[in-house]
Design a binder for this molecule. Structure first.
Ligand code: PGA
Length: 251
C-alpha cells in the first residue's frame, strides 16, 4: 500500500517571516496528518529550507532545484551536500518552469537524479507535455521520453524511492486542471513504463503524483484514483486555509 503524499510547491513565494507564520498556523494540522498516515510536504525557496527542516512537522521537505555537482564554480547554484547539511532529503527535478525558463532538459535532469540517489537523497521527478503536444496526442510519447532519458542509469533499488510528478504544462497555474480520466490514464502509463524499464515490483512502489491547478474542490477525485498516489500543489498551497481544506478532503 503506497502512502498518499501531498506536496506544496511554493515556487518563488514567501519570505522567511511569511514561511514561519505559515508553519505556526499549520503546526497541529501537520501533526494530525502524520497520525492519519498522509505524508505532507513543502518545497519552499532555498532560503526557507532550514526553518522548515528545523521547526516544522512536515514529513517531507524538498528543495525546488539542485545542482548535480558537489561543489565548484557555478555561481548562484546550490549543491546536494549543502542541502544535506540542513536535513533536506528531497528535491524537485525538472519542474516545467525550470525546463521552460532555465533550459533544463531530461539529460540535465538525469544528472541531477543520479547525483541525488548517489547521496541517498530522493528526486521528485517532474514530467509533462505542453498544450501543443497534448493537442497533437503526443502526451504519452513525451512523458515516456522524459522518463527514459531522466532515469537513465538509475538502479532498480533507487527507483523504489522515486516520486514522479505528472504535471501537464497546460494545467499549471492556468486553472485548467486535467480531467481525472486524463490524469489517471497518464499516471497509469507512467507506472507501466517503469514496469517495462525495471519490473513490476519497482512500478508498484514508485509514488506518482498529479499536479496542475489542484484545488480543495478537485483534490479528492485525483487522490481516489488507483495510480495517483498524491498531488503536487502550487497556488493552493500558499494559504493555510486553502491548503488545509485541500488536505482535509482525504483525512
Ligand atoms: P499550480 O502549480 O497548482 O499552481 O497549477 C503546480 C505546480 O507547478 O507544481
Amino acid at each position: 500500500m503506497r502512502q498518499k503524499i501531498i506536496i506544496g510547491n511554493w515556487k518563488m513565494h514567501k519570505t522567511i517571516k511569511e514561511a514561519n507564520q505559515f508553519l505556526l498556523d499549520f503546526d497541529d494540522f501537520s501533526k494530525s496528518c502524520k497520525a492519519k498516515g498522509v505524508e505532507l510536504g513543502i518545497a519552499p525557496s532555498f532560503l526557507c529550507l532550514e526553518s522548515l527542516t528545523r521547526k516544522s512537522r512536515f514529513t517531507l521537505i524538498a528543495s525546488q532545484n539542485v545542482n548535480a555537482v558537489d561543489s565548484g564554480a557555478f555561481t548562484g547554484e546550490i549543491s546536494i551536500p549543502m542541502l544535506q547539511e540542513i536535513g533536506v532529503k528531497y528535491s524537485l527535478v525538472g519542474h516545467s518552469e525550470r525546463r521552460t525558463y532555465y533550459a533544463e532538459t531530461s539529460e540535465t535532469c538525469n544528472a541531477k537524479n543520479l547525483a541525488l540517489f548517489a547521496h541517498n537523497m530522493y528526486p521528485i521527478y517532474c514530467v509533462g507535455e505542453t498544450l501543443e503536444q497534448y493537442e497533437k496526442g503526443k502526451s504519452k510519447e513525451v512523458v515516456k521520453e522524459q522518463l527514459v532519458k531522466g532515469l537513465k542509469g538509475v538502479k532498480a533499488d533507487d527507483i523504489n524511492h522515486l516520486i514522479v510528478a505528472y504535471e501537464p504544462i497546460w494545467s499549471i497555474g492556468t486553472g485548467k486542471n486535467a480531467s481525472v480520466e486524463i490524469a489517471e490514464d497518464i499516471c497509469h502509463f507512467i507506472r507501466t513504463t517503469i514496469a517495462g524499464l525495471y519490473n513490476e515490483t519497482c512500478a508498484n512502489k514508485v509514488r506518482i503524483q498529479y499536479g496542475g491547478s489542484v484545488k480543495p474542490e478537485n483534490a479528492k477525485a485525483y487522490l481516489s484514483c488507483e495510480d495517483i498516489d498524491g498531488v503536487l500543489v502550487g497556488g493552493a498551497s500558499l494559504e493555510t486555509v486553502t491548503f488545509k481544506a485541500l488536505v482535509n478532503t482525504i483525512l
